[in-house]
Ligand binder design. Sequence first.
Ligand SMILES: [Zn+2]
Length: 324
Amino acid sequence: MFFDGVRPVDFGKIRGQEEAKRAAVISAAGGHNLLLIGPPGEGKSLLASAIPGILPRLRESEMVELTRIYSAVGLLGDDGNAVTRRPIRNVHHSVSMPALVGGGSGVPRPGEITLAHHGVLFLDELPEFSRRTLEALRQPLESGVVQITRVQASLEFPAQFTLVAAMNPCPCGYAGSERCTCAAKEVDKYQQKISGPLLDRIDLQVAMRPLTTDERFAKTKEGESKRLRAIVQAARDKQTKRFANTSISCNAAIPGGAVADYCEFSEDGFSEYKRVLEESSVTTRTSDRLARVSRTIADLEDHPQIESSDVLEAEKLMIKLGQE
Ligand SMILES: [Zn+2]
């Protein structure tokens, strides 16, 4: 398993990139999919490798479910101990479609997305994955399950994972700066490898920028992940209460039709929400995403109702929002 036996990098050791770090906290708290876009060497993989250190605890029922999955595929380890931590699966772009989503010849086997159930699926260099493989993620990202269709029967595996993905903005990696050597057409082609419908399912999309010299030499601290994990856990506990007696596991999984039931705004918060939607004339799917992310930020900020500051921050971390 990814990072097994290795202690996750402490958030306090990551210099700069405050926006991306905040997005990672929101992702961990509410189970939101996260895309990190930035030049090579600016810490995308480093940040991803720090995320396991701030994930909320597994609930009892989630442990049982995961242990059953890992036992069925013979991945429990020699001690046969139960799965007690959220799984992190780091999958290379050369992965085959059956290995990623499940299937294969003979008896269908669960893929990486099922092994990442209740945990994180990390895909580095997202545009390097085959288009077909990426498109196969759409349905499970939407429904939290993957259907393997066979001539005789169709099978279903659980796959409620949080996608954390990273990509360069262009083939050379430096689009947006003078260092970029790519033609505009090449940049477009590269970015279009990630389809709109897939991006539509990634709640948080943040750009990582080169550090300033001050940031590069800033002092680091220890223990930041521990502090953040407590905040994430408190936000997740609120969700456990909110979704008691439902099958919803976290804010990111609120069904489209139920957003209004679970995302309660203050008066100011709702005005702000309507302003954002009116200014960018977004789809229903995107307006639901904005509400879910705002709900998670409100949980992190201990706001019972979603306030305008929560909406504003959510808007900032969804850079696709104005580009539809
Ligand atoms: Zn370039």
